[in-house]
Ligand binder design. Structure first.
Ligand code: BDR
Ligand code: CA
Length: 320
């Protein structure tokens, strides 16, 4: 089993990523850290705790991360994020608050200690802004040397989704993603290049509604909300992007994608801010620290995704 930590801004596709991890016997989820992004940190942490309880996994600790970009004083949820993920972050699906609380220690300390303890037996999967990961790098330089990271974010060969060049997670804190790409020694980037090819429709969510379980209802209601937002914002796609779950799926099975080895940086200023691009100062460095997914086996991923999540949701309580 591979140990994983998910760094989530939960978020509908973050919730699907969490469900994918819980449904994967290949993974040992040792903790969840919560970032801002689709929602405030507090809301994301609340959602992660509630989802873990829904799927009977109260053994997984949840830690709160940094609340806003280091270049800003605060963070407010963008209207577009609320439109895509709903006010409560999970498409207005109703799930009870967890009976337990977030851990007292910080996400940054948990990440640093976990990398120290487990080294490359551990994979960190960030699916929100890079702020908390960058804070771990700033606090402990050995973190960048030793962490194995598979992150959802960025767009290298396709346009961005919040500007012509910027993807949403990187756009929230370009300086943090720049720190990540310039210093971390092993980063796999699962960006829009591949995640906009992995789409889900109402046909699949019907399977979850038909289960008649609380887990199936949660996945179905939240994902239908997400699909609906895509019908308005990106009707040409014909479904919703399974961004964050694809990153978890690659942690389970790296052969789902083919990658380009490259050294990356992020533009942090001006009109191009948020653009992920090759770092010109390391073009001729034989050591490439980033591995960007450029192709994906869509059919195999979707089959794994549906089998795993449907199995997980089937094992929850019957709908009242
Ligand atoms: C990313 O942005 C967030 O809205 C999603 O949860 C995903 O992590 C896609 O650009
Ligand atoms: Ca996310």
């Amino acid at each position: 089993m591979k140990k994983v930590i998910l760094d989530l801004d939960t978020g509908i596709d973050d919730a699907l990523a969490l469900a994918y991890a819980l449904a994967s016997p290949e993974l040992e989820l040792i903790g969840v850290t919560g970032t801002y992004g689709n929602v405030l940190v507090d809301t994301g942490v609340r959602n992660a705790l509630a989802i873990l309880e829904l799927f009977d996994r109260t053994d997984v600790p949840v830690y709160a991360g940094v609340t806003h970009a280091s270049t800003k004083d605060s963070f407010e949820v963008l209207p577009v994020s609320e439109f895509i993920h709903g006010k409560n972050g999970v498409g207005e699906a109703v799930i009870p608050d967890a009976r337990r609380q977030v851990e007292d220690s910080s996400a940054v300390d948990f990440l640093i200690e976990s990398v120290r303890e487990h080294g490359d037996d551990l994979i960190i999967v960030p699916t929100g802004p890079s702020t908390t990961i960058a804070a771990a790098i700033e606090q402990d330089r050995s973190f960048a040397e030793n962490a194995r990271i598979i992150m959802m974010g960025g767009a290298l060969t396709v346009p961005g989704n919040v500007s012509p060049v910027a993807e949403a997670n990187v756009n929230q804190d370009p300086a943090a993603s720049d720190t990540l790409f310039r210093t971390a020694k092993d980063v796999t980037m699962i960006g829009l290049d591949v995640t906009l090819q992995t789409l889900l429709t109402y046909e699949e969510t019907k399977t979850w509604h038909d289960l008649g379980t609380v887990g199936g209802d949660f996945l179905g209601v939240a994902t239908d909300y997400y699909i609906k937002s895509y019908e308005t914002n990106s009707p040409h796609l014909g479904g919703c992007g399974l961004h964050d779950p694809l990153a978890v799926a690659v942690a389970v099975d790296p052969t789902l994608v083919e990658t380009l080895d490259i050294n990356l940086k992020v533009e942090t200023e001006g009109e191009l801010h948020g653009r992920v691009i090759a770092d010109e100062t390391r073009i001729n460095d034989p050591v490439k620290t980033a591995h960007v997914a450029v192709t994906v086996d869509v059919e195999r991923f979707l089959e794994e995704f549906m089998t795993r999540l449907t199995g997980l949701a089937k094992n929850t309580a019957a709908r009242a």
